[in-house]
Design a protein around this ligand. Sequence first.
Ligand SMILES: NC(=O)c1ccc[n+]([C@@H]2O[C@H](COP(=O)([O-])OP(=O)(O)OC[C@H]3O[C@@H](n4cnc5c(N)ncnc54)[C@H](OP(=O)(O)O)[C@@H]3O)[C@@H](O)[C@H]2O)c1
Length: 178
Amino acid sequence: MINYTLAFACSKNGFIARHSGDNPYEWTSKEDQNHLKSLINENEWQVMGRITHELNPNKNRKRIVFSRSSDHIKLIDENIKNQYFFNPDLHQWNDFENLCKKKVLILGGTKVHDFFLYADLIDSMYITIEPLEFLEGVPAFSYINFKDVIPFFHEKGFSAKEKLLNDNGTKLINFKKI
Ligand SMILES: NC(=O)c1ccc[n+]([C@@H]2O[C@H](COP(=O)([O-])OP(=O)(O)OC[C@H]3O[C@@H](n4cnc5c(N)ncnc54)[C@H](OP(=O)(O)O)[C@@H]3O)[C@@H](O)[C@H]2O)c1
């Protein structure tokens, strides 16, 4: 069985980017970046939306990239193995799981978070809240007000543990399905 972990960093009011195309490395803390590195090392595969993939190309990572551009599951680049386009509207979930087999890290953006949430596939989730407020941006989820995320996941049977990552007030919340 595949284990799915969702992880994102956001502002205090729940934006994962200031605009689609924003690079979170410009505003996330070093501690969050280290935390993300550990998660990447712990999870063999990553899944993400096309924009997030294109903003962070890395030919050494095993990736499944959601996109409606392709009518079959195919390599994104013939010269890079283990990076595929996948369209969940058309393709079978079995085929997704046959590709990645074990531990998968879900890396955004919004509609990818929505997909895994509503498909009820998330086993654990890490939210890093940076001590920043953005006036607008890309939300973590489409249909959940950020202030309701903790009660929402409690309702869905997750435990939540919080800790401070640094003296600036960066907070890490770890949700686990009980
Ligand atoms: N702070 C964080 O932790 C964090 C994490 C991840 C991303 N981000 C930021 O978020 C921004 C990008 O997020 P985004 O939400 O705008 O875009 P995104 O999810 O990265 O990419 C959107 C694209 O992914 C494809 N897609 C998404 N859901 C799909 C589905 N259910 N079925 C088929 N295709 C699907 C579509 O590609 P096609 O157009 O090809 O059909 C869609 O246009 C960037 O600035 C990125 O840096 C931040």
